[in-house]
Each structure stands twice: as C-alpha cells, then as structure tokens.
Design a protein around this ligand. Structure first.
Ligand code: ADP
Ligand code: MG
Length: 238
C-alpha cells in the first residue's frame, strides 16, 4: 500500500446557502496521478482552493504528509510542497515569462541568481524556454497554460494541483500537455488534475474521483468510473 500524501476528511464548505463541497473524503497516494472530474459547478475548483488554502472549510480536516494543514495560509502550504494552477491563468501579464516563473522559484531560492536559474530550468521542463523573454500577456492560450504549470512547478512541489490545464487545447496541444504531465509525475511529483471532459483525463490518470453537486459520487479505476451509471447520469443531466 503506497503512503498517503494527502488526506481530505469530511470537508464541507458552503457559500451562503450553496454547499460547494459536502463531506468530501479522499486519500491521495504518493506518486499517483489522480483525476478529479465532474460536471460544471460540481465543486472541483473549490476543493483545490481548500487544499491550497485559498479557502478554509466549515467542517473537516486536510492533512498533507501527515500534518494537519487545515488552518495554514496558502504560502505556508506552498512552502510545505503543495502547488496549484488556477483555472483562469493568474500570471503577471506585464512581466515576461522568465520573470513570472522566477516569482515561483523564490519560494525555495532566496538568491535572485539561483531563483532565475531554477526558473530557466523549469521553462525547459515545460518546453517554454524559447519564450522566456516574451511578455506573458502576449502568450497564446496554450502557452499561458504552460506558464501556469511552470510557475507552480518552480516552487518545487511534491503535490501539484492542475485545474483544467488541458481544456480548450487542440488535439496536438493536448497530447503535448499529457506528455508534460507524465514527465512531471515520472519525476516523483504527485498530481491531482481537474478536468471537465472525461475523455481527456481518463487515459492519463491512475485513479479517478467524481464530484457531483459538491459530493463524491464515485471513485475508482478510470475504466470502472466511466461505466458507473450514477456518473453517466450526472454528466447526462448537465
Ligand atoms: P467546478 O470547478 O467543479 O466547476 P466550482 O468549485 O468552481 O465548480 O464551484 C462549485 C459551486 O460553488 C458553483 O455553484 C459555484 O458557483 C460556487 N462557488 C464557487 N466559488 C464561489 C465563491 N467564491 N462564492 C460563491 N459561490 C461560489
Ligand atoms: Mg472549476
């Protein structure tokens, strides 16, 4: 049995009367690629916000590498090894690509030269080094996604949360994105990826958790989950 890197236990978060996550419980094993899927509004991004510390739950606990992180601020979670991308890219549009990634690299390098070198290395990992001097605001949408991933990777995470980084890409861009995620995972980073479209994510993930209306509807191997009648019903009901 692989070691649990992340444990989410009975987590609930409501926005006013809307329960965005209800009693969500899941374990993530170190080294796995976990797919977090579900219809629009299911609560996927909210769960990422809870894991990364943007929100605190009303109830429940989140543990990372055995420590309770439920109440820790985002920067402290980042320091401990959790990084995430945002569904809507949050790069600094007026800065160039290298500067954007250097900001991420400062999470683990105090010296500017070291942070810059680590940022360049990260850009090479995501095949964006040729755009290092480009202004972030002028990147194409797929390049912006890559920059989001690079900014997160530059912090040196052991757990990486990817929020719809493959959405809206052409088939060949998506293929390159899949290869990148496989490389990241092969380097020892545990990955949770949110995707709305099942076909994109299922071939890539070791396991899938399906959220619907804020609750875990199903989980298991991708082949099991895609055949689950409740899952099919939830997607048809969109
Ligand atoms: P998903 O990422 O699965 O599409 P979200 O987690 O973004 O879903 O949203 C889940 C539900 O919570 C939606 O109904 C959404 O409108 C609501 N929601 C998300 N964030 C907020 C917020 N900050 N304030 C109010 N409602 C929110
Ligand atoms: Mg979302």
């Amino acid at each position: 049995m692989a070691e649990t890197i992340l444990n989410v236990e009975d987590v609930t978060l409501a926005f006013g009367g809307l329960v965005a996550n209800r009693d969500v419980t899941l374990d993530v094993a170190r080294g796995e690629i976990l797919g977090l899927i579900g219809p629009n509004g299911a609560g996927k991004s909210t769960l990422f916000n809870l894991i990364s510390g943007v929100y605190r739950p009303n109830r429940g606990r989140i543990r990372f590498e055995g420590a309770d992180i439920t109440a820790l601020p985002p920067a402290e979670r980042c320091r401990r090894g959790i990084a995430r991308t945002f569904q809507v890219p949050r790069s600094f549009d007026s800065m160039n690509v290298l500067e954007n990634v250097t900001v991420g690299a400062f999470a683990r390098h105090a010296k500017a030269a070291q942070a810059r070198a680590a940022a360049l290395e990260t850009l090479e990992r995501v095949d964006l080094a040729h755009r290092a001097d480009a202004v972030a605001g002028e990147l194409t949408p797929p390049e912006k996604r890559r920059l989001e991933v690079a900014r997160a990777l530059a912090t040196g995470p052991r757990l990486l949360l990817l929020d719809e980084v493959l959405t809206g890409l052409t088939p060949s861009e998506a293929k390159a994105g899949v290869a990148l995620i496989r490389r990241v995972a092969a380097a020892g980073v545990t990955v949770i990826m949110v995707e709305h479209v099942m076909e994109v994510v299922m071939p890539l993930v070791d396991r899938a958790v399906v959220l619907n209306l804020g609750s875990v509807l199903a989980q298991g191997l991708p082949a099991e989950v895609v055949r689950d009648e409740a899952v099919i019903g939830a997607y048809l009901g969109e």
